[in-house]
Design a protein around this ligand. Structure first.
Ligand SMILES: Nc1nc2c(ncn2[C@@H]2O[C@H](COP(=O)(O)OP(=O)(O)OP(=O)(O)O)[C@@H](O)[C@H]2O)c(=O)[nH]1
Length: 428
């Protein structure tokens, strides 16, 4: 049933091909069988005609004799015998004037056969070597008689054709399934698998390894998959190369930005001329250190320094030389400071030092050392020797809960005191 429904409604190409080929074969078989049947029919009709002729030959003599002798009984018996013969469907006897003398049929008008054929023979009597024409005898036979004869032969032809057709039908199905439908199904399912998994590294492998169009198709598809895989690989490599380049570019730019950032931070925190902390960052850090010292209950000291008569230095040697003096001053001071000491430029020629864990005495000692070092130093600029001095004011937090601003203000007033005392002086 499944085979027949497949035949009527084919689902795939192989089933369609099977239907076309089978239909052609069925048509050709029917045509050949039809021709065979027609030939057989005509042959049988000829043979019946010749049998009728032989019969005519046989019965002509007794019928002629009966006619000559006007022996109606014998004539009737002869006609009755003839009509009973299987190949005879009718007998007509005409007199010499073509008038019907006897007309017998083995069928009724209702059951008349489709086609009737006949043989005709003259009836005569020989008297004194003279032929005397008595009438004619017509014997009829029909298509039904022929069909009765050919039926057996035709049945054989039909049965043979049906057997051949059935065997070939199943052979077609088997062959198409084995050589086309199954490999195509296998091919389709493997292509589907590749498509579903998006895996072009897979290859199509058919279980039937015969070299044919399907194996060529398999090879072509595998070549196509290899090309796609190569392209994909190339794309991935290109993508990876681009990503690497991008990452490197981003990393380089990030590094540049970090360096720039660091520079900006330094610029924001440090004085551009001397490189030491500027006023803002100095006070920020100093405030923090002061709080830490107070938490530890440890003293901290603020040393405020202002170069003496710096205006004169500028006016005498020029602003550029004044800058050199400021740089020289910071370098000289630096040599006396510890890593933990804060040093910053608070204004034009005003500088501050914040000393953690340092009481007023130690701060004073250091400040005086600084004053002394500056007053004893000299710098050469364009063949000119420049000497300068610094006045210093000191204030210490000791154990008082003092703020950085108060500490600075106090140191500042001490500085004014030092200036008042003639400069190049440390006031505590
Ligand atoms: N070369 C140079 N000079 C500066 C800079 N900042 C401030 N000055 C100068 O420092 C001088 C400070 O002068 P004043 O405030 O009168 O103080 P002074 O001359 O040092 O006198 P006293 O402080 O009273 O001893 C001014 O002439 C400013 O122009 C700087 O960065 N470079």
């Amino acid at each position: 049933m499944l085979v027949f429904s497949t035949f009527i409604r084919p689902k795939n190409l192989s089933q369609k091909m099977m239907r076309v080929i089978f239909s052609i074969y069925l048509g050709v078989t029917c045509l050949i069988t039809g021709i065979q049947f027609l030939t057989e029919y005509l042959k049988t009709q000829d043979s019946i005609l010749s049998e009728l002729k032989q019969l005519e030959e046989t019965v002509r003599e007794p019928i002629s004799s009966s006619l000559w002798q006007y022996n109606q009984n014998q004539l009737g018996v002869l006609v009755a015998g003839l009509i009973k013969m299987p190949i005879i469907e009718g007998v007509d006897i005409f007199d010499k004037h073509a008038q019907t003398m006897i007309s017998k049929r083995s069928f009724t008008p209702v059951s008349a056969p489709t086609s009737i054929f006949d043989t005709k023979a003259d009836l005569s009597w020989t008297l004194n070597d003279q032929q005397i024409f008595l009438g004619s005898l017509v014997l009829y036979s029909s298509s039904e008689v022929v069909l009765d004869r050919v039926l057996f032969g035709f049945s054989l032809i039909a049965i043979t054709a049906i057997i051949k057709l059935s065997v070939l039908f199943w052979l077609f199905i088997w062959a198409f399934d084995r050589y086309l439908a199954r490999p195509l199904k296998e091919l389709m399912s493997q292509v589907n698998e590749v498509q579903l998994n998006q895996d072009v590294s897979k290859r199509i492998i058919l279980s039937n390894t015969d070299s044919n169009e399907l194996s060529q198709l398999q090879n072509h598809m595998n070549m196509m998959l290899s090309a796609i895989e190569k392209d994909q690989q190339q794309l991935l490599e290109d993508e990876q190369a681009k990503r690497n380049w991008l990452e490197m570019a981003v990393a380089k730019r990030t590094e540049e930005l970090q360096i720039l950032n660091e520079k900006l931070k330094i610029l924001a925190k440090n004085d551009s001329l001397t490189g030491i902390l500027n006023r803002g960052s100095f006070f920020e850090a100093a405030e923090h250190l002061l709080l830490l010292s107070q938490r530890r209950e440890s003293p901290a000291s603020f040393i405020l320094m202002d170069l003496d008569n710096f205006k004169i230095v500028n006016d005498t040697f020029g602003h550029f030389s004044g800058d050199k003096v400021l740089i020289h001053f910071t370098h000289t001071i630096h040599t006396f400071l510890r890593e933990s000491d804060l040093f910053g430029r608070l204004g034009g020629e005003e500088f501050g030092i914040f000393l953690s864990d340092t009481g007023i005495d130690d701060a004073y000692q250091l400040a005086d050392k600084l004053r002394h070092a500056i007053s004893n130093s000299a710098l050469e600029i364009d063949g000119e020797t420049i000497t300068y001095t610094v006045s210093i004011g000191i204030e210490s937090s000791e154990l008082k809960n003092i703020s950085i601003d108060e500490l600075f203000k106090s140191a500042d007033s001490k500085l004014y005191g030092a200036k008042d005392k003639g400069r190049n002086y440390v006031e505590r």
